[in-house]
Design a protein around this ligand. Structure first.
Ligand code: NAD
Length: 360
């Protein structure tokens, strides 16, 4: 069991996750490069430290929730990083919940396992690492209902599960090191390409004279293509059985679809599978209540984060030599959306900003 929890990266997601751990009664030590955030926590009576290394010294387990791979590498391997001092470490477990590329997750897992524990703990020979990125966004982070996709050893996952479930409602074991990151980027890939397919179909449907909430359109080909790409990427990147199983299920479903299914029903099923825990996600303003499109695309999953995750998927696909044409197209589209100033809007804003301008 873990008593002393270190937390690094108290941004939109991390602060809410750390607050849930505090509520659950863990003894916390935190660090962020942002001084205002640190002040907020010290005012709350939480122990704050100036460096990741000092956090490690005070913790049995350290959780990181940082923007991207370079920040994570810096926090682990930097001069005052978590692994400074080389081999003698206090924490037995490191959990990285940032969305980063699987290759970096795997390299870090090796670096951690090459270190030695300062004090041997029962059943723990060496310090270990789990990659445990999340889906759900800030609303789920606040409510403690995130889904964790976990890569590493299964024993360690089981030992960490109750800690993870203090911040989430679900923790899915995806296999060896890096497989949590594989599951996360493939999950977002399936979600974003289905959003593009959905927006494109709705825009065309509207242009051809039917209303968005009563469209009968054939999306079978788009889905088959999409699921093929995601399935192959998951497989080539060494994604776990769970990733493969869920993608196969979606793929089988798309094959079973007959032309002319009700669009909103297809989308809600696909998106539920793709995001693990999402609700239906109609991108057309005014069609559905309680989704980002009904509030000017605010309060959702920012396009710039989706662009970042697409960059990770595209780089991973290139590295393993996987053909993923839709990924690269989606990457270009979201880069354009961000360059046009919509980077903070929910990723469903592609309907408004990309598809609304018709070509001649
Ligand atoms: P954020 O930018 O709000 O927070 C990141 C925090 O890390 C900031 O407080 C920043 O000051 C801190 N930080 C940066 N470099 C640091 C360093 N070297 N040392 C210590 N602290 C440092 O980002 P976020 O929205 O909380 O996202 C965090 C991660 O979660 C990202 O990888 C993102 O892709 C992923 N994610 C985000 C969402 C979402 O909806 N926001 C959903 C799922 C996953």
């Amino acid at each position: 069991s873990f008593e002393n929890v270190g937390f690094i990266g108290l941004g939109n997601m991390g602060s809410r996750m750390a607050n849930n751990l505090l509520k659950a009664g863990y003894k916390m030590t935190v660090h962020d490069v942002n001084c205002n955030v640190m002040k907020k926590y010290s005012d709350m009576g939480v122990s704050t430290k100036q460096t990741p290394f000092e956090v490690a010294e005070a913790s049995d387990v350290v959780i990181t929730m940082l923007p991207s791979s370079s920040h994570v590498l810096n926090v682990y391997n930097g001069p005052d990083g978590l692994l400074q001092g080389g081999d003698l470490l206090t924490p037995q477990l490191f959990i990285d919940s940032s969305t980063i590329d699987p290759q970096t997750s795997r390299k870090l897992a090796v670096s951690v396992s090459n270190c030695i524990l300062k004090e041997k703990k029962e059943n723990w020979e060496n310090p270990v690492m789990l990659d445990a990125p999340v889906s759900g966004g800030v609303v789920a982070a606040e409510a403690g209902s995130l889904t964790f996709m976990v890569g590493g050893s299964e024993d360690v996952y089981l030992a960490a599960k109750s800690l993870l479930l203090s911040m989430g409602k679900n923790a899915i074991f995806c296999g060896g090191p890096g497989n949590g990151s594989v599951a996360k980027i493939c999950n977002n890939l399936a979600m974003v390409i289905s959003m593009l397919g959905l927006s494109e179909a709705l825009a065309l449907g509207q242009s051809l004279g039917i209303t968005a909430n009563h469209s009968f359109l054939t999306l079978q080909c788009v889905f088959m293509f999409l699921m093929h790409s995601c399935f192959l990427l998951g497989k080539k990147s060494g994604g776990g059985e769970r990733v493969r199983e869920s993608l196969i299920r979606i793929y089988m479903f798309s094959r079973a679809c007959e032309a002319g299914l009700v669009l909103s029903r297809i989308c809600s099923i696909i998106l539920k599978c793709a995001q693990c825990d999402s609700d239906s996600y109609n991108p057309v303003p005014g069609v559905m209540q309680g989704v980002p499109s009904s509030r000017n695309y605010s309060g959702g999953f920012a396009s710039k984060l989706m662009a970042k995750d697409l960059n990770l998927a595209a780089a991973s696909a290139e590295e393993v030599g996987q053909r993923c044409p839709l990924t690269f197209l989606a990457q270009n589209i979201y880069t354009e959306i961000c360059n046009d100033g919509h980077e903070t809007e929910d990723f469903s804003c592609v309907f408004q900003h990309y598809y609304s301008g018709k070509s001649e």
